[in-house]
Design a protein around this ligand. Structure first.
Ligand code: ABF
Length: 232
C-alpha cells in the first residue's frame, strides 16, 4: 500500500466513526484531510447528512466548497462537535506537532472550539517522542517585525536552532493565511515538558501561536502500510 492509501484508510475510519448527522464539523488542513472531506461528501450524499463544516485554512475552505458541503464559520458556530485534522507528529502522550503546512493558528483556534479533536495520519507520524520522526521542528507563527528577537529568545530559553521558513529558496519568507511569518524551531532536547515550553513561548511578545498541541487531541488514527488502521 502507498502512503496515500495509508492516509485514506485513516481518514475514512475517522469520518465514519465520528461524524454524525446535524453536527458541526471542523475541517483540518493538509493532504490527509483531503480524504476525510472526500469521505464526508460521500456520506452526505448517500446518507443525506446535514453537516456544517468549519474550515481551518484557505485550503480547507476550498475543499468544503469543491465538495458542495455546508460552509460555516466560528462567528455563527462557535462550538464544534468534532474536528478531524492531520499532524506532523504524534507522541505517546498525544502531544502533536502541527503546522508543517503553515496553518497552525487557525487549526489551533478551531481545535480549541471543538468538543473532540481527532488526528488522522499515516504511520510515519506515529512517534514515541517528539522529534523521533519529524525532523523539521516545531513551527511558531510570529508577527513579522518580531521574528529575530523571538528567535533569539527561544534559543536562549530552550536551545536548539531556528530557521525562518522560506517559500522557495531566495523568494522570501512564507506568509501565513493570517499575514504572519513562521519560525521552525529544531529543538535539541527531546525530554522537555511540552506544556511548559508551549506556555513559555506563547508569553514572548510577537508570538501568535505554536504548533505544539498539548492535551488537545482525544484520539489518533494511523493508516498502516498493509491497509489496517492503528488507533491511539
Ligand atoms: C496540517 O497538515 C498540519 O498541521 C500538518 O502540518 C499537516 C499534516 O499533513 P499531511 O496530512 O499532509 O501529512 O494538519
Amino acid at each position: 500500500m502507498s502512503l496515500e492509501q495509508a492516509k485514506q484508510v485513516a481518514a475514512y475510519r475517522a469520518v465514519d466513526e465520528y461524524v454524525k448527522n446535524n453536527s458541526i464539523f471542523g475541517v483540518g488542513s493538509g493532504s490527509t484531510v483531503v480524504y476525510a472531506v472526500q469521505r464526508l461528501a460521500e456520506r452526505v450524499e448517500t446518507e443525506n447528512l446535514r453537516v456544517t463544516c468549519i474550515p481551518t485554512s484557505f485550503q480547507a475552505k476550498q475543499l468544503i466548497i469543491k465538495h458542495n458541503l455546508i460552509l460555516g464559520e466560528l462567528e455563527t458556530n462557535p462550538e464544534i462537535d468534532v474536528t478531524i485534522d492531520g499532524a506532523d507528529e504524534v507522541d505517546f502522550q498525544m502531544t502533536l506537532i502541527k503546522g508543517g503546512g503553515g496553518c497552525l493558528l487557525q487549526e489551533k483556534i478551531v481545535a480549541a472550539c471543538s468538543k473532540t479533536l481527532i488526528v488522522i495520519a499515516d504511520y510515519t507520524k506515529d512517534s514515541k517522542k517528539l522529534g523521533d520522526q519529524y525532523k523539521k521542528g516545531i513551527p511558531i507563527e510570529v508577527i513579522p517585525m518580531a521574528y529575530v528577537p523571538i528567535k533569539n529568545k527561544v534559543i536562549s530559553m530552550f536551545g536548539g536552532q531556528i530557521k525562518l521558513r522560506n517559500a522557495i529558496a531566495k523568494a522570501g519568507p512564507v506568509v501565513t493565511d493570517n499575514g504572519n511569518f513562521i519560525l521552525d524551531w529544531i529543538f535539541s532536547d527531546q525530554d522537555l515538558d511540552w506544556e511548559v515550553v508551549n506556555k513559555s513561548i506563547k508569553m514572548i511578545p510577537g508570538v501568535v501561536e505554536t504548533g505544539l498541541f498539548v492535551r488537545m487531541c482525544k484520539k489518533a488514527y494511523f493508516g498502516q502500510p498493509e491497509g489496517t488502521v492503528v488507533e491511539r
